[in-house]
Design a protein around this ligand. Sequence first.
Ligand code: GDP
Length: 222
Amino acid sequence: MIIDATFVTSAARAGDLPREGLAEIAVVGRSNVGKSSLINALVRQRVARTSAAPGKTRLANVYRVARGSGVPFYLVDLPGYGFARGGRDAAREFEKLGRAYFGRVSRVSQAGQVGKKTPGVAALLLIDARHIGLQNDLEAWRWLKATVDRAAIVATKTDKLSRAERLRALKANEAAFEHPVWPVSANTGEGLDQLWKLIEQLLNPNHNNPRRSRPPLPHQKS
Ligand code: GDP
């Protein structure tokens, strides 16, 4: 399947984000969790770069992505939250950033209710498959669940674990987050097809075919 992906903008403020009204999938996670690698692996080209200027926080890098005949959407790469400090500080940092990004999205949605089709907003929380239930990841997930319409958890770098370890870690993370976790590896490509299905499901939450086998539903805000 052909995947078309282009870099749109690196936004410093919410006001710089595109207003085209496309659905958005925001990718969030700790620094170094493998966000850029996963985005590149998903779109099968090097569109995402690891932070070229460390210390210079940008709000978001935005990519416009279309897969096959699918409707284009924005893949939004939010800066990683700190992993050295952890705990409350990292959670606060993430909340500040998240509010700037997701707050603007909910304003777009509200404006869209007047006649225009509302753009969907979903988030993928990336966690490292090897690290079970880290405090700042749990905090980020709690915040996302309360804030975003739809969200799912993706465990990266599964190739760093043996088959048996992979299963054990997956189960432990699912227990810690009390939610399904999608295992992927940007290096081997494992789990990428399933991740695309998940993305399509997040983009079209009302278009599930119940007869098709599919992974468990991502979190949906009630
Ligand atoms: P980001 O800071 O979240 O964007 O993380 P990067 O994509 O830059 O990845 C951080 C480090 O993890 C880099 O050294 C990558 O090569 C490595 N990495 C990312 N994804 C994978 C993966 O699936 N498998 C392995 N083994 N390494 C990975």
